[in-house]
Design a protein around this ligand. Structure first.
Ligand SMILES: [Fe+2]
Length: 169
């Protein structure tokens, strides 16, 4: 695994998980990040969810051009008009998402974890104190990376997500 010198801390500390947070859902087989190039479980997810496009990004001072700037952009609260799908292959980091009461929930992401953030959810990403993550980015069709910083409540994707939250209350 590549190593990077420690960077500035600050936002990069763990928060306690919510009590009762369930582990991997029943009936779900774990992904094997060491075999991501030939993992039938990953292929199944991609096929079922139509994740036709993918690439791999390494977020690390020595490997990512404009690292400092990108880190700030990732940590700015924003939304997308499409799903954001990430699969951690090495290293770790945190996704923060807003809950129903508009409070942050910190999601710890480690090797083998996959997350799908729905279109219209406010979120942000940060590395942790290890300052290194290698992740697969997946997308339905051609990727669109545009991030809309908060406030971005006027987008139909946001309105749809808010309606979804209301229905599941
Ligand atoms: Fe994002």
């Amino acid at each position: 695994m590549a190593t990077c010198p420690p960077g500035p801390a600050g936002a990069r500390f763990p928060r306690r998980p919510r009590p009762g947070t369930p582990p991997t859902p029943p009936g779900t087989r774990p992904l094997d990040a060491d075999k991501y190039e030939n993992d039938p479980e990953l292929e199944k997810i991609r096929r079922e969810r139509n994740y036709s496009w993918m690439d791999i990004i390494t977020i690390c001072k020595d490997k990512l051009p404009n690292y400092e700037e990108k880190i700030k952009v990732f940590y700015q609260e924003h939304l997308h008009l499409d799903e954001e799908i990430r699969y951690i292959l090495e290293g770790s980091g945190y996704f923060d998402v807003r809950d129903r009461e508009d409070q942050w929930i910190r999601i710890s992401m480690e090797k083998g974890d996959m997350i799908t953030l729905p279109a219209g959810i406010y979120h942000r990403f940060t590395l942790d104190e290890k300052n290194y993550v290698k992740a697969m980015r997946l997308f339905v069709g051609e990727p669109v990376w545009t991030a809309y910083n908060r406030p971005a409540d006027h987008f139909p994707a946001r309105e749809q997500y808010v309606r979804f939250l209301a229905q599941t209350a």
